[in-house]
Design a protein around this ligand. Structure first.
Ligand code: 3PG
Length: 209
């Protein structure tokens, strides 16, 4: 088990999942989320500027805990570490990715959607996972069922969760926090409505199970 992963997931009830389109806006988003009370931010590696955005966010808001999402390869894992990312999240995981996380010594939150994937993660020494895609893969009922055989495992469900449904997950005993992109939607980013993002963060930071 890597206690650093759980420590990150315990910092706030929600991890905003953010896909940056440019550096300047990424810094504004980091400020808005952090000022709204959400210190942990997952930046997806789905755009060409993502690595540079992580670097800029880390520099501009040093107290935020900025990590990377959609990490698919060992090379990306290494790059995330180099730009100052504090953790790596993946939609799934392979033996190669588990090895890369160990080699880079980066806290790793791999995605799992089945019992066997979870058990592979246990074999690699982890006990904390992203449940992805949470709603599509079985939702809160799936996590409740897993709490029987895997009672020591903890999750950050992500995928299809909204401000309205976050509580359904947060009250589960094996959920530490939830992830979601509802705080940084394309519409909010296009409007450059940092105040609205900060307010959504404030509302999310106040969520309890
Ligand atoms: C992710 O990468 O974790 C998902 O895109 C986030 O899921 P959501 O967009 O349904 O919140």
């Amino acid at each position: 088990a890597d206690p650093r992963v759980r420590a990150v997931l315990k910092l706030a009830p929600v991890i905003p999942v953010f896909t940056p389109e440019n550096i300047d806006d990424a810094v504004e988003v980091a400020r808005a989320l952090f000022n709204g009370g959400l210190p942990v931010i997952e930046v997806t590696l789905r755009t060409p500027v993502a690595m540079e955005a992580i670097k800029a966010m880390v520099e501009a808001v040093p107290d935020a805990v900025v990590g990377a999402g959609t990490v698919l390869t060992a090379a990306q894992m290494e790059q995330v570490k180099q730009v100052g990312g504090r953790f790596a999240v993946s939609p799934g995981a392979t033996p190669r990715l588990y090895a890369a996380a160990r080699d880079t010594d980066l806290p790793f939150l791999p995605g799992v959607a089945t019992s066997s994937e979870l058990m592979l993660g246990l074999e690699h020494g982890l006990d904390t996972f992203k449940f992805f895609p949470a709603v599509q893969a079985g939702g809160a009922a799936m996590l409740s069922a897993w709490n029987g055989p895997f009672g020591d495992v903890r999750f950050c469900p992500t995928g299809g969760i909204s401000a309205q449904t976050a509580r359904d997950f947060l009250h589960l005993p094996n959920v530490l926090c939830v992830g979601g992109s509802w705080l940084t939607t394309r519409a909010l980013l296009q409007a450059r409505d940092w105040a609205a993002i900060e307010q959504l963060a404030r509302d999310s930071a106040a969520l309890v199970g």
